[in-house]
Design a binder for this molecule. Structure first.
Ligand code: IMP
Length: 423
């Protein structure tokens, strides 16, 4: 049985959590493959808004098993908070949440290192969520990390101490004057580790292999977006994992030839949180309207998101890198009321017009070239069927499908589960 894959095509915050939640009824297993609590996956149903950071977005369904894959980095403290929130809603997470032994742990000192590194960068800072993501993946690739499976070993606290001591020396090196009380942080950490240990740890690659043999349906859930990928994103203003399709193979142990559908999620416009180039960014009333109507504030940090027109050059790149087979357009409702919509279809780059993403997309190198389209004024949020779509929305969708050579199979018209229209 094949594995389907769902990921974000822009700079994150596309609405992956909502779509995973909508699709979960079709799957036996939802498996998160990379990132950590830098993510904020927002789900809304029955008038309640839930934000998940590390736990897969299928957790609210009774049937599906939710797996935190080996490619994910887990902060036990944040994880515990997520579990406590689920408990408030009487979600029986213990029976349907599995953790890969090979997932790495975010230590308190990773978070401090993140803050120290950012502070030392001054104006060149990445705009990290400061959840310790970069330092944890550095320890993973540097072969120093502590994994979930280590918690089952008797000497894990000694290994913890050795690594934490090393981190303290590194924090001093940054000389960033970050104040912290490690003892207090460690108290929370060790307590949260005990909660984590009450969950089921598994050899997840083997589990998924067996599940595939048994014909189980698996959905791999990505976090962040393709333009934040450590290899293919707008480096160095990226996160520290592979957010693109290949990340699902390494982050779960799923073979590439087992992946069937690749669902690419994108917003009808573009947003970005944190630093880094953003060619179609708007600094005018239109950008302000997108931010206000779209409630564009980070689900993890609360930071306002930068907003701009849809960038098809960047989106096409993401479709190619991921091998997207179906597109899902989010927040079409936010564009209601714009008389004219702009879509960037090419860049002016070093005096030439190009339609691919070049190495360097800083504003001094790239000027977006726009195609203008007529907007629509109808409120989409109450619509329940594609037959109700205004003509201009259909034209917008069809234009994107043609440019991206990929069908748009879902149009989301609001944050709630029910505001999801299949085409
Ligand atoms: P980090 O992964 O927390 O170090 O952040 C690196 C960059 O990725 C920063 O620009 C963050 O704002 C951005 N980022 C990380 N996670 C997310 C996310 O889930 N949504 C949107 N941006 C994110």
């Amino acid at each position: 049985m094949a594995v389907n894959l769902l990921l974000g095509l822009q700079w994150g915050d596309e609405g992956k959590g909502k779509i995973v939640d909508v699709l979960t009824k079709n799957y036996d297993i939802i498996a998160r493959f990379q990132g950590g609590p830098n993510a904020g996956h927002t789900l809304e149903f029955d008038g309640i808004k839930h934000v998940l950071h590390t736990i897969p977005s299928g957790i609210f369904h009774d049937k599906a098993v939710n797996l935190v894959g080996n490619g994910v980095v887990i902060d036990p403290v944040i994880f515990k908070k997520e579990l406590d929130n689920l408990a408030k809603f009487n979600i029986d997470y213990k029976s349907k949440l599995l953790i890969s032994r090979k997932a790495h742990l975010i230590l308190p000192t990773h978070r401090i290192l993140d803050a120290a590194s950012e502070a030392s960068k001054g104006k060149a800072k990445i705009g990290s969520t400061l959840k310790g993501i970069g330092p944890t993946y550095m320890d993973k690739t540097g072969r120093n990390g502590i994994r979930v499976g280590d918690l089952e070993l008797s000497d894990w606290k000694e290994r913890y101490r050795t690594l934490a001591n090393k981190h303290e020396a590194m924090i001093d090196f940054y000389d960033a004057k970050i104040e912290y009380d490690l003892q207090e942080l460690e108290q929370d950490f060790f307590e949260a580790v005990e909660t984590l240990k009450s969950l089921t740890f598994i050899d997840s690659e083997e589990y998924l292999h067996q599940a595939q043999k048994e014909g189980k349906k698996i959905l791999a859930e990505g976090a962040q977006g393709s333009l934040l990928d450590i290899d293919f994103g707008t480096y160095p203003f990226v996160t520290s994992s592979n957010t693109t399709a290949a990340g699902a193979c390494t982050g779960l142990g799923v073979a590439p030839n087992k992946i069937k559908e690749v669902f690419g999620i994108f917003k009808a416009y573009t947003t970005r949180v944190g630093s880094g180039p953003f060619p179609t960014e708007l600094f005018d009333e239109d950008g302000e309207t997108m931010g206000r109507v779209g409630n564009e504030f980070g689900a993890t940090t609360g930071r306002p998101r930068r907003c701009g027109w849809l960038d098809l050059v960047a989106l096409k790149y993401a479709v190619h890198v991921n091998g997207v087979t179906q597109l899902m357009m989010m927040k079409g409702d936010v564009l209601s009321g714009f008389e004219t919509l702009k879509v960037c279809t090419a860049y002016k780059y070093k005096g030439e017009t190009i339609d691919h993403l070049p190495y360097n997309i800083e504003p001094e190198n790239v000027t977006p070239i726009y195609t203008e389209m007529k907007g629509w004024s109808e409120d989409l949020t109450k619509m329940s069927d594609k037959s109700q779509f205004p003509k201009e929305l259909n034209e917008y969708i069809e234009f994107l499908e043609k440019e991206l050579e990929t069908p748009i199979t879902i149009v989301s018209v609001g944050p709630d589960r029910t505001q999801t229209i299949h085409r």
